[in-house]
Design a protein around this ligand. Sequence first.
Ligand SMILES: *[C@@H]1O[C@H](CO)[C@@H](O)[C@H](O)[C@H]1NC(C)=O
Ligand SMILES: *[C@@H]1O[C@H](CO)[C@@H](O)[C@H](O)[C@H]1NC(C)=O
Length: 459
Amino acid sequence: MSRSGLLVIAALLPIALSQLAGTNTAEVHPAMTWQKCTGTGGPLAPPSPPRRSRLQLALASRGVTGDTNCYTGNTWDTSVCPDGKTCAANCALDGADYSGTYGISTSGNALTLKFVTGANVGSRVYLMAPGSTTEYQTFNFENQEFLPCGLNGALYFSQMDADGGVAKSAGANKAGANFGTGYCDSQCPRDMKFINGVANVAGWTPDSNNANTGTGSMGTCCPEMDVWEANSISAAVTPHPCSTLGQSTCTGTTCSEANSTQGTCDQAGCDFNSYRMGNTTFYGPGLTVDTTQKITVVTQFVGSPITSINRFYVQNGKVIPNSNSNIAGVTGNSISDSFCAAQKTAFGDTNTFASKGGLAGMSEAAAAGMVLVMSIWDDYAANMLWYHLVFTGFLLKLIVFCRLDAPYPPTKAASSPGSWNLLGELWSSLSSGSASPNAQVIYSNIKFGPIGSTFAEPA
Ligand SMILES: *[C@@H]1O[C@H](CO)[C@@H](O)[C@H](O)[C@H]1NC(C)=O
Ligand SMILES: *[C@@H]1O[C@H](CO)[C@@H](O)[C@H](O)[C@H]1NC(C)=O
């Protein structure tokens, strides 16, 4: 049911872009602090001093000004881009004005992503390693906990190369992580303009419903762990393993397709969504987990290899265990291989989660290290009614507090109660093509550490 943050992303500005590193606009990455908790567990172990990491705008989101007009609107200039390799050699990827063009800003431990900024809609950023401009931070989350919270954004882990794919491109990708290259996810997105240093020119088809995007014949696949995809009325946690570990490039029909079992990745994933699992009074405005208030979401990845993914919510100091399944034939409140098999049977779905690797496959990807992606988006391809983080080897936890505090309607004060209800409104307005321009998501206070270090689990 879940969707990657992929299609989702941003509208692009017209102009030139590429896999070469350009020099027209200086690339100044915003930075935010996050914390890694120490120790072997126990409630609220003291976190380490904050680590400061740059954030990297996704390549797919960039509109770039270059000397050569490589890409305008949603079509490639065939004079400089007759094919993917020539195009990548001719076109330069330039720096980005994060705040002015994309509405991306940071302050201390908080990241704010505005939904609409000028012509740009949605954005996606990757967390870089502390002090680095060339490597993404990777996380291994087997036996770890993760706490994101909030609405209308996606926090997930993607098994991208830490260097953005530079090493394996054999010299074709000179831009690298410093320019946000190397994206991949379990939907094997084909809207990426460059994959492994090659422009996605072959078979490029401009989208009919977006002036800036299109899809080429190449897609980019890798395992993905969606920690948080939610709006005010539903939330899901979803592992998506792939039979091929790491980033891999697919072509045409070998890429995953909707409702298909082909390809290397589990596109559907195995989700736990309380509403879908039959408890319609658990998560939502005024409900057990009240989405009109700030929520902390805890995700535990138990075991190495991981054998279960557990979910807790914390609100007003109270720990709320995940709701149990109310679907006949499906029991429990956590994700395990047996839960997934029972759920697929109950819903009449093919169990691609198992055939593409199951929890063990997700665990292998985690053990290899995955990149943290934070986004806000609009799935204009699927008019998604919701939206969308990892884990290995020892007990860890990550806490993310996120807030959706855009007033809705826009004339309403951000502090007024209804403003937290933006999501449902936002998504329905997205479906009709008129999203609230003031929507934004704030991710803050990210912590990652041993299970028990940041969250007092109920006895
Ligand atoms: C996939 O299956 C779902 C549920 O049967 C359906 O609603 C959706 O339209 C299908 N998508 C495609 C692209 O066939
Ligand atoms: C939904 O979950 C809440 C909290 O676990 C529980 O109290 C309630 O009985 C559940 N409702 C249904 C219909 O299962």
